[in-house]
Design a binder for this molecule. Structure first.
Ligand SMILES: C[S@@+](CC[C@H](N)C(=O)[O-])C[C@H]1O[C@@H](n2cnc3c(N)ncnc32)[C@H](O)[C@@H]1O
Length: 285
């Protein structure tokens, strides 16, 4: 028994040490998480009650995981999972790892739109499907169209919908609304909005591992948002709503995209850090 606990403890210490030598900000947490996930247990439970025996091959598999993390790969791509809005989503290099700010976008939509009406909703740039599926599960009466330019992202989103039992989602490969004109009652989006110019300042996890199509946009990060706002006016029913996540410093530029008479009630909502992070607007009837 003592020998088995030692094998577990030594492995965990070895992983933590290897990650500490990199610029990994949370070496102990990541090492524990990668081991717990490999063993199919919760990290806290594993630490409280270390396993009596490690399965054959577990030590080698764990060392391979640690080597990937040392090279900068995000934990979520190594485990293939990320929690979002109380659901576990499959993730991989074809999709953005869902962020906590985007849970606030889901929350803002649900708060504004009560259950009951059978709305048609588009999620533009669905990635893992985290927004479309979270909304679809909360509002089974909605029909959600999950749109992405990337076929590989859509494969992951389809698997997430099937595994999580979201039956009210359909999927479309499309450049914004080119293949899915609608009109929709609501459009929700977390588009790419990072300026290509800041790429080298991003963490290695993001810069080297997350898909550029999900991160970057031209015109200092604003090109896709600008086009989304312009096109949404023609793909929403009168009175329909647009909800879009934006970069923390983009409010000043984004509010100009709503000039021109197509929109009412343009409102910016702050995220938990106090940044104007979500823009909400209504299509003028
Ligand atoms: C920031 S990620 C958001 C992914 C997911 N909705 C989330 O919140 O985690 C942006 C997504 O938009 C997709 N995308 C980029 N340009 C697009 C376009 N022109 N039309 C449709 N999807 C696009 C990318 O492939 C990526 O999946």
């Amino acid at each position: 028994m003592i020998q088995l606990i030692n094998e577990f403890t030594v492995l965990l210490a070895e992983g933590t040490k290897a990650l500490t030598a990199t610029r990994c900000p949370t070496p102990g947490l990541d090492a524990g998480f990668l081991l717990a996930d490999l063993l199919g247990v919760e990290r806290a439970a594993m630490l409280l009650d270390p396993p009596a025996a490690l399965p054959a091959g577990a030590a080698d598999a764990y060392r391979r995981r640690i080597a990937r993390r040392v090279a900068g790969e995000p934990v979520q791509y190594i485990t293939g999972k990320k929690e979002f809005y109380n659901h576990t989503f499959e993730v991989g290099p074809a999709v953005l790892i869902p962020r906590p700010e985007t849970e606030e976008l889901v929350e803002a939509v649900l708060k504004q739109v009560p259950p009951g009406a059978a709305l048609s909703v588009a999620d533009v740039g669905t990635g893992s499907g985290c927004i479309a599926i979270s909304l679809g599960l909360e509002r089974p009466e909605w029909r959600v169209t999950a749109i992405d330019l990337s076929p590989a992202a859509l494969d992951i989103a389809r698997r997430n919908a099937a595994r999580l039992g979201a039956a009210n989602i359909s999927f479309a490969q499309s450049d914004l609304f080119a293949a899915v004109p609608g009109p929709f009652d609501m459009i929700v989006s977390n588009p790419p909005y990072i300026d290509f110019g800041v790429k080298e300042t991003l963490q290695v996890e993001v810069r080297k591992f997350e898909p550029p199509l999900a991160l970057f946009a031209a015109e200092r990060g604003l090109a896709v948002i600008r086009e989304l706002v312009a096109q949404s006016a023609g793909h929403l029913k009168p009175g329909g709503s647009l909800f879009c996540e934006i970069g923390y410093d983009q409010k000043g530029a984004v509010e100009k995209f709503f000039d021109g008479g197509a929109w009412n009630d343009v409102t910016f909502l702050k995220d938990i850090s106090g940044h104007d992070r979500i823009v909400r607007a209504a299509r003028r009837p």
